[in-house]
Design a protein. Sequence first.
Length: 95
Amino acid sequence: GTDAEQLAAGATKNENHESWSQWAKHLDRYLCELERLLWPDLIILGGGISESYEDFADRLHCRTAIVAATLGNDAGIIGAAIWAADASRSHDQQG
């Protein structure tokens, strides 16, 4: 079977030729379940879908604020690089 995360992926929208409305139902269900489990203060959507956020934003109904990553598809790699640099500095200061 297909899991919820896979259904909410932007690639699945394209593969299944879904409209924004059809696909957003999967994303909304997935994000609301994450919200229920994790109680986040903010949900940041990255990757390719962040560039089309305005096409589906009004179809998301979580209580938690949802925003698109300003760095778009590069957000994850840039965030990982910043984290690694901070971790390295922290390690250097301890040693």
